[in-house]
Ligand binder design. Structure first.
Ligand code: NDP
Length: 450
């Protein structure tokens, strides 16, 4: 007996656990969605027909491959590559590529599963997928990164395409890596198929505002969520974990909205700057010099402090925005944030809050925005990049950001309305899971047994 789950959905989860042994992150992601679906099947029992929910939990295709490459010392290195093509009912598979030593099949499956519902929430014609490798880019030279990306794409190119599967960046994969992968795709296929990857540079088919989109989108979503309680970002103390793509552009937009970001982190530790994090300096350290965050304190001098390891969530704040990685915020961290008076939490990363943390926030009445809704701005803008590529067009920053803002407003409102319809006003987790599920399920039903 699995607690907290509708009895009709128990066999679905039991089968997922049995068939995907040793993949705890995937189990966690499936369980969270199934917990929300109890109310859907109570109202619409026909969703239980034809093993529809079981099919949604099973990826359409899982590709695992060897990635051999030669390092600067002339040594041959081997990594493992993955692409999980989870669901294509709504469009070509779409989702990022992650390079991080922790990557394994279970992590890519959890991300692909989440991505399927996230992409559905955007209302755009994109299915869900995710990929990556256990390659660790840290400390690698430019040449090594390029050779790795080329080898990775040498296999991946057989499985992707504008109408098939369109990867983008994620942890460890930014503009530089997308450029190397696009270059190799072009060489191998002899085709300038711009719509095969998103997150491209502006010089060769990228979209303005794609780099900023996930972070900006998170700030837009949380801003709208705050407004449901008559609150705004202005004059709030904000803590953002991570200092990568999502974190940096979240901070930039929070700043523009008048909030004050007082702490951020990387995997080595975190910095606190009560005067407000100096974004120009942070960008210089992280985007240009590619250094550790401890450098911030050395460069900034008085006023800022660096805490090695430790939990960034001990920093008192009004708004917490976890933007680093999965399961980075525990139940204990959530209790600390609540005790310190947090009023809103928005997930920039995918599944950064552990299930017990989400419960702590919800029980305390803290506004909580789940990643699959709140960080959907990145993939939505990737879909805008695909639109621009298909029409051989290039939009201005303002035009693209306006589309992003309107998509985020819409996602927020759909989640809020769905939560209300299913009897839990203000429960964005429930709203996002149900609204995403219904869109995917309806498309799958229309396509027959697929
Ligand atoms: P980046 O690689 O640009 O940045 C990741 C940041 O998180 C770095 O500061 C990194 O520190 C830190 N980090 C990574 N792993 C850990 C860890 N195990 N413990 C502590 N800190 C860690 O990635 P992104 O900003 O692109 O992605 C961040 C999150 O947002 C991920 O969950 C990703 O799936 C999600 N996301 C990203 C989107 C995008 O458009 N890029 C879209 C939607 C979601 P260090 O450098 O020390 O490793």
């Amino acid at each position: 007996m699995i607690t907290g789950l509708d009895e009709k959905l128990q066999p679905v989860l039991e089968e997922v656990l049995r068939r995907n042994a040793g993949e705890p992150e995937f189990h966690q992601a499936v369980r969270e969605v199934l917990e929300s679906l109890g109310r859907v099947v109570a109202k619409h029992p026909d969703y239980l027909d034809d093993a529809l929910i079981e099919r949604i939990c099973e990826p359409e295709r899982q590709i695992i491959f060897r990635v051999p490459w030669v390092d600067d010392a002339g040594q041959v290195q081997i990594n493992r590559g993955f692409r999980v093509q989870f669901n294509s009912a709504l469009g070509p598979y779409k989702g990022g590529i992650r390079f991080h030593p922790s990557v394994n099949l279970g992590i890519i499956k959890f991300l692909g599963f989440e991505q399927t519902f996230k992409n559905a929430l955007t209302g755009m014609p994109i299915g869900g997928g995710k990929g990556g490798s256990d390659f660790n880019p840290r400390g690698r030279s430019d040449g090594e990164i390029m050779r790795f990306c080329q080898s990775f794409m040498t296999e991946l190119h057989k499985h992707i395409g504008e109408y098939v599967d369109v990867p983008a960046g994620d942890i460890g994969v930014g503009g530089r890596e997308i450029g190397y992968m696009f270059g190799q795709f072009k060489r191998l296929t002899g085709r300038y198929e711009a719509g095969v990857l998103t997150g491209k540079g502006l010089a060769y088919g990228g979209s303005r505002a794609r780099r900023e989109a996930t972070g900006y989108g998170l700030a837009y979503f949380v801003g709208r969520m705050l407004s449901t309680r008559g609150a705004v970002f202005a004059d709030k103390r904000v803590v953002v974990s991570g200092s990568g793509n999502v974190a940096i552009y979240t901070m930039e937009k929070v700043d523009a909205f008048g909030g004050k970001v007082v702490a951020c982190s990387d995997s080595g530790g975190y910095i606190v700057d009560d005067a407000g994090v100096d974004l120009d300096l942070l960008k210089e350290i992280k985007e240009v010099r590619r250094e550790r965050i401890a450098e911030y304190v050395r460069s900034k001098g008085a006023g800022a402090r660096y805490i090695e390891r430790g939990s960034i969530w001990e920093t008192p704040c009004d708004i917490a925005l976890p933007c680093a990685t999965q399961n980075e915020l525990t139940g204990k961290d959530a209790a600390t944030l609540v005790a310190n008076g947090v009023i809103a939490v928005g997930e920039g990363a995918n599944m950064p809050c552990m299930p017990e943390a989400v419960r702590v926030f919800q029980d305390a009445g803290v506004l909580f925005a789940p990643g699959k809704a709140a960080n959907a701005g990145g993939v939505a803008t990737s879909a805008l990049e695909m639109q621009q590529n298909a029409s051989r067009d290039s939009w201005t920053f303002e035009q693209t950001e306006e589309r992003l803002a309107s998509i985020m407003r819409n996602i927020h409102d759909v989640c809020a309305a769905t939560a209300e319809e299913y009897g839990s006003p203000g429960d964005y987790v429930l709203g996002a899971n149900i609204a995403g599920f219904v869109r995917v399920a309806e498309a799958m039903r229309a396509l027959g047994v697929i």
